[in-house]
Ligand binder design. Structure first.
Ligand code: C2E
Ligand code: CA
Ligand code: CA
Length: 527
């Protein structure tokens, strides 16, 4: 797979690829937020459970402490006045447990608040038992039997003493996004709901498969394994609009995704701008020659072509010199570029039929590489094929061409069989004296003369330019010939040798040049 091609089509469909990239990064971002969210939520549930369990343990310690005092510090005979006074003293200790009772054979005999009961109150079978803590429990009993008919409470018995135990309190309020249940787990593993959502513990702890993936939960039990709590939250909470972090995460992910798209674009546009692309792919394969035939007006024959460079981009589209010549200039690719072009032109033109007419091949040469040694090296192949080809260098007047040195170079090259023409004459400041001084072989009038509408000022100037150049004895080419009238008038002007322009032919790729030359010579033969 051609990486350039892929990159190019990515750049061509910028909007779509940016959108796809944004969505992809956004989704990956959301997934990352989701995974992080799960970890954070799970940790927060774990922390919450740990604080709740610590509160349960503290309550247990108080309970155990109370029973210890009752068992070890008993005063007076059971249910005597001394005993009851002592029981009341213990009830005032600041441990949250305020009602103490003495029971014998499963019946309460006396209590701190009521004294000796008129008749013992049977407790009946306990609701639950914890073997570890060695206690029996009665849940939610109406305390009317001990004189508080409007109250319900949990009775806990250890040995001969019974206390009204405070309900397990959770350490702090459960936030709205959490669900919870506190249960009591008895020795036979039966579960007693204490607070929160009834059934929640069972569904999460006893049948966890049912909620797998959709609910995060944490469970914890106190050290006595009596009181357990489960807290949970749906995983969808992470993306719930009620989650205050949701908008923040959404915004942050969107900003990151936009930043990623921007960054990738920046890198791509740096790495894949036209100059980079042109430079990296510059080769004989990407440089393309178009050949524009020139008509010898006196003989009506095609004896010359101008090689005009094009460059084929990754997608196969042809680029014109106005777009890539500035890159050649800025990246100093003059020689490399011209070499590819000349080699390509020779590789193609040498395939012309052997019996075809000798051809002058015009090349546009950058003034900065115009020196004899380079040119002889550059055109080596053409020069070794002198019977078929004559190289013509077209030079645009430039500061890079100092008169004396250029004159010497031109003489040197002319001696080797390379002709030099001044291109675009009349466009800049080139004077006729300059022309004569350089000793060039020919002159190409600037296209604007050839293109000038009949009767216009430029049209008048064309006539005088032709006359002026004619006097120097140089071969005169007029380009930009687009109409039969213009060609006719050039034919009438005796000093014009060659005409070039769309009316004769547009610049052609090699295969079309072959066809054009063929057709043209057949027409000639028929005439
Ligand atoms: P140029 O050397 O003056 O080339 C003639 C330009 O005029 C070509 O444009 C040609 O396509 C166009 N042309 C030819 N006949 C007509 C016509 O009848 N009407 C109109 N309107 N235009 C016509 P192109 O190929 O776009 O080249 C533009 C310029 O790029 C050339 O101007 C030349 O300065 C430069 N260039 C092209 N190839 C090369 C190269 O290989 N090396 C260098 N250094 N410059 C090149
Ligand atoms: Ca030219
Ligand atoms: Ca020109």
């Amino acid at each position: 797979m051609d990486v350039y091609r892929v990159l190019h089509s990515v750049r061509q469909h910028k909007n779509i690829t940016n959108l796809v990239m944004f969505i992809a990064v956004f989704l990956v971002g959301l997934m990352t937020v989701f995974s992080l969210g799960i970890v954070v939520l799970q940790n927060s549930l774990r922390d919450d459970v740990a604080t709740h369990v610590a509160a349960f343990d503290e309550a247990n310690i108080r309970l155990v402490g109370a029973f210890d005092i009752l068992e070890s510090e008993q005063r007076g005979a059971v249910c005597s006045q001394t005993f009851l006074d002592w029981l009341r003293e213990v009830a005032f200790l600041p441990d949250g447990i305020h009602e103490f009772m003495y029971s014998k054979d499963g019946s309460i005999q006396c209590t701190a608040a009521r004294g000796v009961l008129p008749s013992p109150v049977a407790l009946g079978e306990p609701d639950a038992r914890s073997n570890r803590a060695d206690i029996d429990i009665w849940f939610n009993r109406n305390l009317g039997m001990i004189g508080f008919p409007s109250l319900n409470g949990t009775l806990v018995r250890k040995g001969d003493f019974v206390v009204v135990a405070p309900e397990p309190t959770i350490a702090h309020e459960i936030p709205a996004w959490q669900n919870h249940e506190v249960v009591f787990v008895s020795a036979d593993n039966s579960i007693w709901h204490r607070s929160g959502t009834p059934g929640h513990y069972e569904s999460l702890v006893l049948a966890p498969e049912a909620n797998q993936g959709s609910v995060l939960s944490e469970r914890g039990c106190d050290r006595a394994r009596l009181t357990c709590i489960v807290v949970s939250t749906p995983t969808s909470w992470i993306f719930s609009p009620r989650n205050p972090l949701f908008y923040f995460a959404f915004g942050a992910v969107a900003i990151i995704a936009a930043g990623a798209v921007f960054g990738v674009n920046l890198i791509l546009s740096r790495q894949w701008s036209l100059p980079v692309r042109f430079h990296r792919r510059l080769s004989q394969n990407t440089v393309t020659c178009h050949y524009q035939p020139m008509l010898s007006v006196k003989t009506d024959t095609i004896d010359a072509v101008e090689v005009l460079a094009r460059w084929s981009d990754v997608d196969g589209s042809l680029m014109y010199p106005d777009r890539f010549l500035p890159i050649v200039e800025s990246r100093q690719l003059h020689l490399e570029f011209t070499r590819h072009l000349v080699n390509k032109a020779y590789a193609e033109l040498s395939q012309l039929p052997p019996d075809s007419r000798p051809l002058r091949v015009h090349f546009n040469i950058f003034p900065c590489i115009f020196n004899a040694e380079l040119m002889l090296d550059l055109f080596e192949e053409f020069l070794s094929d002198k019977n078929r080809f004559t190289v013509v260098i077209e030079l645009v007047e430039s500061d890079a061409l100092p008169m004396d040195a250029t004159h010497t170079t031109i003489q040197h090259l002319e001696a080797e069989g390379i002709q030099i023409y001044i291109d675009d004459f009349g466009e800049g400041y080139s004077s006729i004296q300059y022309l004569a001084g350089l000793g060039t072989h020919g002159v190409k009038l600037d296209r604007s003369f050839g293109l000038a509408p009949e009767g216009s000022l430029m049209d008048v100037m064309l006539a005088s330019a032709i006359e002026m150049v004619g006097k120097t004895g140089q071969t005169l080419v007029v380009e930009g010939v687009e109409t039969p009238n213009r060609l006719a008038s050039l034919k009438a002007a005796k000093s014009v040798s060659l005409a070039q322009g769309y009316y004769i032919s547009r610049p052609l790729p090699f295969s079309e040049l072959v066809a054009f030359l063929d057709k043209y010579s057949n027409q000639q033969a028929a005439a």
